[in-house]
Design a protein around this ligand. Structure first.
Ligand SMILES: [Fe+2]
Ligand SMILES: [Fe+2]
Length: 151
């Protein structure tokens, strides 16, 4: 049986890969964008997702994550799973309205994922990082929605 702390580390590594992948996709899509406001938001989000990956890498190095398994029941580990289907769907889109629509969905999923991580790690230092990331993903979603509405 895998402990929650092991699953948490796996979840963090998945999140780091997801952030890096999302950042690359946003950069690629920014190059495809003809409208300046779309290009600007995608470029800005690409930078922020890279920043998220760096913060998560730092959190992985901290010892408090390994203490999670002892503190919490493994029953909550189920909510740690994160599917990357949305990222793959986003990657193949070329039409900008569809790129934005899939990006919005991906941001919403990231928001939900970090919200779960934040709840599970309550009382630990990393909980604050996760809730901040959740807030930022929600802001990303709102920025994309605003741009999509004005297309
Ligand atoms: Fe992110
Ligand atoms: Fe984001």
């Amino acid at each position: 049986m895998t402990s929650l702390s092991t699953r948490m580390v796996t979840a963090l590594k998945t999140a780091i890969r997801r952030e890096e992948k999302t950042s690359l996709i946003y950069e690629q899509k920014a190059k495809l964008a003809t409208e300046e406001k779309v290009k600007a938001v995608l470029t800005s989000l690409a930078k922020q997702e890279t920043g998220h990956a760096r913060k998560l890498e730092k959190a992985l190095e901290r010892k408090d994550i390994s203490s999670l398994g002892a503190k919490k029941s493994s029953a909550s580990a189920g909510s740690l799973s994160l599917k990357n289907d949305d990222i793959r769907k986003l990657e193949v889109q070329t039409e900008m309205a569809r790129v934005l629509a899939w990006a919005i969905r991906a941001e919403e999923n990231s928001f939900k994922f970090y919200t779960s991580l934040s709840r599970i790690s309550k009382g630990l230092d990393v909980a604050e990082l996760f809730s901040r990331l959740a807030e930022e993903e929600l802001k990303h979603k709102e920025r994309l929605e605003a741009v999509l509405a004005r297309l």
